[in-house]
Design a protein around this ligand. Structure first.
Ligand SMILES: Nc1ncnc2c1ncn2[C@@H]1O[C@H](COP(=O)(O)OP(=O)(O)OP(=O)(O)O)[C@@H](O)[C@H]1O
Length: 296
């Protein structure tokens, strides 16, 4: 069996009447970069909170290196950036990093951490004076301060501009390249596509898909068929259709062959025909859209 660093075994969690997680099983091998995807309220943050020992499961169990994440020794090997950034607003950035580093036997020197996450030069600033994006970058950087074996990042780049997001990606990739395990949630599908080697799709508290980016993309079995045409008759198997002002038509279908045959049979004068795999975003929408449930 591969070297599993984190496991959820039949994990359930409710909040009152709300079932946030419903018998979730998830094995995370050491060194993997996993993206958790799911619509709002799917249960992603709840799962992360259980993995990092902030909450207890109602049923089942979570393990980090075979142990309960609530134990101090286990906590020391994990890093976390929660969805809501909570920084000590009156402390300076450098002091905050020192404070966090003091909890660990062999921390990353703060200067190195700042460099890695593009925070150099902000050491003397009070956390409360940082911009929203700078606070977010600091909170993510601090998850790596204790040289964790595994980090859990809940929407690490929300609110960041493109530059800052790419900087964070570099930091996350560098950690992963050194063998670190990363579990991140994101609403930016291109982020998961850019970073993760495995995608776990969660919906209504359950894991509905688990695979590589390519597998998830293909799972809905959809193709995007595009061409330029002046008129468009009714065509077989079209799930969605868009047309821009230049006459570029984009159709989503589960049977591109039949669609193209239909185009030819109907005598449509099309040009620039392209048939492509769907993007992760297309697959994600198809998987989690209740009215497309039969596709999943
Ligand atoms: N402390 C809480 N008290 C009551 N309900 C909660 C609590 N935390 C989460 N929930 C509910 O549990 C469900 C799962 O929430 P969770 O935050 O895990 O989802 P999520 O996938 O992280 O969503 P988002 O993408 O919006 O962050 C939701 O219905 C949410 O309203």
């Amino acid at each position: 069996m591969s070297d599993l660093i984190a496991r959820a075994i039949g994990v359930s969690r409710r909040y009152g009447d709300v079932v946030a997680l419903d018998h979730v099983d998830l094995d995370i091998p050491a060194g993997q970069l996993v993206g958790l995807l799911g619509p709002n309220g799917a249960g992603k943050s709840t799962l992360i909170n259980l993995f990092v020992g902030l909450r207890r499961p109602g049923g089942g169990r979570v393990e980090i290196r075979g142990a309960n994440p609530m134990t101090p020794t286990t906590r020391r090997i994990l890093g976390v950036t929660p969805q809501e950034t909570g920084l000590p607003l009156s402390l300076r950035v450098g002091e905050t990093a020192d404070l966090v580093a003091a909890h660990f036997a062999n921390p990353v020197p703060p200067g190195e951490l700042f460099e890695r996450f593009g925070l150099t030069g902000l050491e003397g600033r009070q956390c409360g004076s940082l911009s929203g994006g700078q606070k977010r970058r600091l909170a993510v950087a601090l998850a790596f301060a204790g040289r964790p074996e595994i980090v859990f990042l809940d929407e690490p780049t929300t609110g960041l501009d493109v530059d800052a997001r790419h900087h964070l990606w570099q930091g996350i990739r560098a950690f992963h390249a050194e063998g670190g395990t990363v579990v991140l949630t994101s609403h930016y599908l291109e982020e998961v596509e850019a970073l993760a080697e495995r995608v776990v799709v969660i919906d209504h508290g359950r894991v509905i898909r688990d695979g590589s980016i390519a597998e998830i993309r293909d799972v809905a079995g959809m193709r995007r068929v595009s061409f330029v045409a002046a008129d468009l008759p009714e065509l077989p198997g079209v799930m969605s259709a868009e047309r821009d002002e230049a006459g570029l038509v984009q159709l989503m279908t589960t049977d591109a062959d039949e669609l193209v045959r239909g185009l030819v049979t109907a005598g449509v004068a099309f040009r620039d025909l392209e048939v492509r795999s769907t993007s992760l975003e297309d697959a994600f929408l198809a998987l989690t859209a209740d009215d497309h449930r039969s596709l999943a």
